[in-house]
Design a protein around this ligand. Structure first.
Ligand code: SF4
Ligand code: SF4
Length: 199
């Protein structure tokens, strides 16, 4: 993936091109006819500063900072109403959610939203790697997502709780539990990703 460009002027298409090439579903954005069905159908639209229709126009206009800091990215609940209603078959939810992930990576997300992003990444990593969520590894991965020093600090802050859980038999020590046939799980996830890409 190339770095996110910084458009030099309004209507600089470099950001739109970048979105098309790097955001899931972004290649379909140029089919948006600005009908507003997505924003009009959104049950959480009143909490968003822009809504998906306007957000997509802002992508076209090269408004990178405004797009990546838009509350639309964080208020989307992934209900998929916009996705199923878009007359052009644009995967609105996928685009909004992937833009949110990129915004978090680029440091645009509000702090509490980054926490959600880091936690969901850690959770998914464990589920995909072991077929189960190992609370110890999920927690450690989440803590160290904030950087090494912050990871140590968070781990020490929670050490007493962890030791208490081990003592009470609520947290096992040793290798993580895994499912029996991880290759089947990996094949299912790969297929799901393939289907999602096709939209
Ligand atoms: S419903 Fe589809 S075509 Fe209409 S504004 Fe939204 S994304 Fe664009
Ligand atoms: S998926 Fe997100 S943007 Fe689309 S209608 Fe639902 S909340 Fe609104």
């Amino acid at each position: 993936m190339t770095a996110v460009p910084t458009p030099s002027r309004t209507y600089d298409l470099s950001f739109a091109r970048w979105v098309r090439e790097n955001v899931e579903g972004g290649d379909k954005l140029n089919m948006c006819m600005q009908c507003g069905m997505c924003s009009g159908s959104c049950p959480n639209g009143q909490e968003m500063d822009n809504g998906p229709r306007k957000l997509f126009m802002m992508v076209r206009a090269g408004l990178k900072d405004e797009v990546l800091s838009s509350s639309t990215l964080w208020e989307c609940t992934s209900c998929y109403r916009c996705y199923v209603r878009c007359p052009r078959g644009i995967p609105v939810t996928t685009i909004v959610q992937h833009l949110a992930a990129l915004a978090a990576k680029e440091g645009y997300a509000p702090k509490n939203k980054v926490e959600n992003y880091f936690f969901s990444k850690a959770f998914w990593w464990s589920a995909e790697s072991f077929g189960k969520t190992d609370e110890r590894l999920v927690t450690m991965k989440y803590f160290f997502s904030f950087g090494f020093g912050e990871g140590i600090r968070k781990a020490l802050d929670n050490l007493k709780i962890a030791l208490g859980m081990i003592k009470a038999g609520r947290m096992h020590i040793g290798l993580p539990h895994t499912i029996k046939n991880k290759s089947q799980l990996k094949a299912m996830i790969a297929k799901a990703k393939e289907l999602e890409q096709k939209g």
